[in-house]
Design a protein around this ligand. Structure first.
Ligand SMILES: [Zn+2]
Ligand SMILES: [Zn+2]
Ligand SMILES: [Zn+2]
Ligand SMILES: [Zn+2]
Length: 132
């Protein structure tokens, strides 16, 4: 007998989808975590027998960006032992996005190489004048 894995009612000649070794009325194929319907063609995962939508899966398992705390789906920058969206990875010197050529300064954060040199030069000047 074919019964819907969601509402447990019998499925006759109505349209049905097959997932997780069970048939479902299409509107009853839902993510068990957020209860949103999983549309045809949408990716989902089976996690310990529980159907989970892609969004919930990402929320729980995907790495988070240290800048905005959002889920990282594909591209990321790894710096300071943390992961960042390429857009969220910013230079602490000038505040702009860093695409390449940066330095990690442990006490401050990541900086463009040029911003870092400018910063170091400035600090040294300040320090020298303070000593005099
Ligand atoms: Zn159903
Ligand atoms: Zn979900
Ligand atoms: Zn981010
Ligand atoms: Zn910079």
């Amino acid at each position: 007998m074919n019964s819907c894995g969601g509402c447990k009612r019998f499925i006759g000649n109505e349209p049905a989808v097959y997932a997780n070794r069970q048939l479902y009325h299409p509107p009853h194929l839902q993510c068990k975590v957020c209860n949103h319907r999983i549309e045809a063609g949408q990716t989902y995962a089976i996690n310990e027998g529980i159907i989970e939508c892609r969004q919930c899966l990402l929320e729980r398992h995907a790495p988070k960006c240290y800048g905005c705390n959002g889920v990282i789906e594909s591209r990321f920058v790894k710096a300071m032992h943390r992961r960042w969206h390429p857009n969220c990875f910013k230079c602490v010197g000038c505040g702009c996005t860093i695409e390449s050529d940066w330095l990690n300064e442990a006490s401050m954060g990541s900086m463009h190489r040029l911003c870092y040199w400018a910063f170091v030069r400035d600090t040294q000047i300040v320090q020298t004048s303070a000593i005099k």
